[in-house]
Design a protein around this ligand. Sequence first.
Ligand code: FAD
Ligand code: NAG
Ligand code: NAG
Ligand code: NAG
Length: 585
Amino acid sequence: MANQRWLFHGLILTIWSSTFPTIHAMPPMPPVRCNDTGCILYNSYGVWGDRKDCHVPSIISPTTEEELRLAVANANKNKLKVKVVSKFSHTIPKLACPGTGTQSGNSILISTEKYDSTIDIHAARLAVTVDAGVGLRDLIDKVEEAGLSLVASPYWEGVSVGGMISTGAHGSSWWDKGGAVHDHVVGLSLVVPAREFEGYAKIITLNAQDPLFNAAKVSLGMLGVISKVTLSLERGFKRSITYNFTDDDHIEDDFMDHAKKHEFGDIQWYPSKHTAVYRYDDRVPLNTTGDGVNDFLGFQSNSILVSTSVRAAEKAFENERYVDGKCTLAASFLGYKKLIANGLKNNLIFTGYPVVGHQGKMQTSGSCLYSPAISIGSTCAWDPRIKGLFFYESTAIFTATKFGDFIREVKKLRDLKPENFCGVDIYNGFLIRFIKASGAYLGQSSDSIVVDFNYYRADEASTPRLNQDVWEEVEQMAFFKHGAKPHWAKNRNLAFLNVQKKYSNFNKFLGAKKQLDPQNIFSGEWSDAILLGKEAEKGDGCALEGQCICSEDRHCSPSKGYFCQPGLVYKEARVCRYSTSTTSR
Ligand SMILES: Cc1cc2nc3c(=O)[nH]c(=O)nc-3n(C[C@H](O)[C@H](O)[C@H](O)COP(=O)(O)OP(=O)(O)OC[C@H]3O[C@@H](n4cnc5c(N)ncnc54)[C@H](O)[C@@H]3O)c2cc1C
Ligand SMILES: *[C@@H]1O[C@H](CO)[C@@H](O)[C@H](O)[C@H]1NC(C)=O
Ligand SMILES: *[C@@H]1O[C@H](CO)[C@@H](O)[C@H](O)[C@H]1NC(C)=O
Ligand SMILES: *[C@@H]1O[C@H](CO)[C@@H](O)[C@H](O)[C@H]1NC(C)=O
């Protein structure tokens, strides 16, 4: 206890002091590193499971569309598997990894890192055409310079245009085309394998009239390499944001109204604190006063000391099974977020609501990406080079009509013991966002609600987590009871079980794949595991990291006191729960 208290006070101190400017900082490390024997592709979070790295014999970084075509042609001619990765590699599932072990010998990785020179704005038809490797921030800045705005974007700007649309990335909106970026795509070019007389690879250009368009918009890198994307734009506008920190009594009844009333609204729900934060986020005319910035706290450059202290505190609480420590930490973070409006800044700091600023400054953020490489002092909180935050990101997408019931059930589970939910409130609680019905085969066919929840992940796969049963139950409620779909760029493996059955147009996607990539050169064991949602072999401890749903105690960790048991509210769930009665530690 004493130790934790000490850690905790140290933590709060460092958090406060971290609001002073830091000079020593470092940008994220590049995801691909090579030496004489080959290359390793890393995920930016350093989270690629049991076999952490992805080995590839070689990587090629084309700079033009023709070089991209030649790279695909060469792979096709030589019967190599091909995967594409951006300069960010921020996707959690191993979609961009061509294969491992025996398979890796005949594969190639294409990086879009250097394929980012063109951003063509067509002002008259309110559209922009970009190279797929262009980063979201560069795109937004160019578009805003021309007096225009991109309406939808994910909240995190460290993504490429190609990666973002390929995984269905989204912000939040039920208005017009909605919050998912791919629903603002009006055309794209795809490099696909071709026959010998066609030069082994060709570029096809698709627009809304083309039957392949709905397959290509969200295609997980499995149809070919997206080379160019045309996105629709609107005349420039500003946004006005106010966060209302209030009680969580009526989320399940109010969420639809909230989405209808506020163009870019969302809700953060902190269940252990009975708190909901409604984001009133509306479009306002350009001549509205205000030059604010949304510099979301979670994506700001953090002092390494803060990240490592939070991690050390979380670990200590885990080891001691000290739930109250997590609750205190959650309470202080929530208090801090309220004080600084989650990182909204009217000017250099937050001085009061509403915060009004240009769409380009409000729609997305990620200031930790630009930490200058002076020395090691601050970085993104999850940077794998420091022993900072390490967490799961579960993201479930519900049809709107089922969402209220999900919230009601989570509340039931919460009410059994609210402290058990403190772990998620250390992060961002449940982030509730909105996306509209889409024609994309791997997108959402009806108006939907997306819920993200992040929570502590142990360093070692074999270490069970405090309250792990709670998160497993919530996860199984979402994905199996309420049929939620997993976000393609996040989640643990079990969320993808039977994912094909959840998409009514899944076979149309497979049909398009057969047509465009008949030899399956853009498939690999990792992407197949996600897309086809197969459960891995059920080994000892497989449920701890979400590789399986437990059906026997050995899938949990009986030696550490974790046994496979039914859910408390959703009885059909099977979760690893800690119990002292059947074991002595
Ligand atoms: C801190 C953080 C916050 C996030 N917030 C959000 C959010 O608010 N909303 C949201 O929806 N998501 C969010 N995400 C997830 C993020 O949007 C996705 O991970 C995104 O796809 C990453 O883009 P990337 O450029 O890093 O893609 P990569 O990880 O490089 O690639 C993603 C996939 O796309 C494929 N791909 C990449 N480029 C191409 C191409 N040119 N042609 C064909 N296939 C390609 C890859 O093969 C892979 O399958 C967040 C992620 C992080 C790390
Ligand atoms: C070189 O890469 C291989 C794998 O590709 C790795 O096992 C080895 O440790 C690396 N060596 C160095 C010096 O980085
Ligand atoms: C905040 O939300 C609550 C609950 O919906 C509401 O009663 C209150 O008026 C809101 N406050 C502001 C400032 O909008
Ligand atoms: C903004 O411009 C519109 C006309 O385009 C005008 O009606 C309005 O009064 C202006 N608002 C402000 C705050 O200047």
